[in-house]
Design a protein around this ligand. Structure first.
Ligand code: SF4
Length: 116
């Protein structure tokens, strides 16, 4: 039996999941899915920054468009260490597509304008 707090919505239900992936404590079906994924293949949305050439915005905030496998996060962070943004970007622009062959894109969460 493993105890988890559901992070899918602000209610934060206290879940318990057993070795047969039977979930209790969830107020809605999303909690059950969350607990099963968390036990079998945990994922997290990655939010971080990448380097830019712009002195007024030396680090650009980025995030994964969908949650990434938790066990790959360190390797993905190292991959992002090599990224250098040299063009202006808008919020939502793809910064790295298919990061680490996960099928998931990293996108900008801030714009860099010509005179920002
Ligand atoms: S189980 Fe449902 S209601 Fe409870 S925190 Fe998760 S998403 Fe929210």
């Amino acid at each position: 039996m493993k105890k988890l707090t559901c992070i899918v919505c602000p209610v934060g239900c206290h879940l318990e999941i057993d070795e047969h992936l039977h979930v209790t404590g969830n107020r809605c079906p999303r909690g059950e899915s969350y607990a099963v994924v968390e036990m079998t293949s945990p994922r997290r949305t990655l939010t971080t920054t990448v380097k830019t050439v712009f002195p007024e915005c030396p680090r650009l905030p980025v995030k994964s468009k969908s949650p990434l496998p938790k066990e790959l996060l360190f390797e993905i962070m190292s991959e992002l260490d090599h990224i250098l943004i040299e063009k202006h970007v808008k919020i939502g622009d793809i910064i790295v597509s298919n990061i680490h062959q996960t099928g998931i894109d990293m996108i900008a969460t801030k714009a860099i304008h010509p005179h920002s």
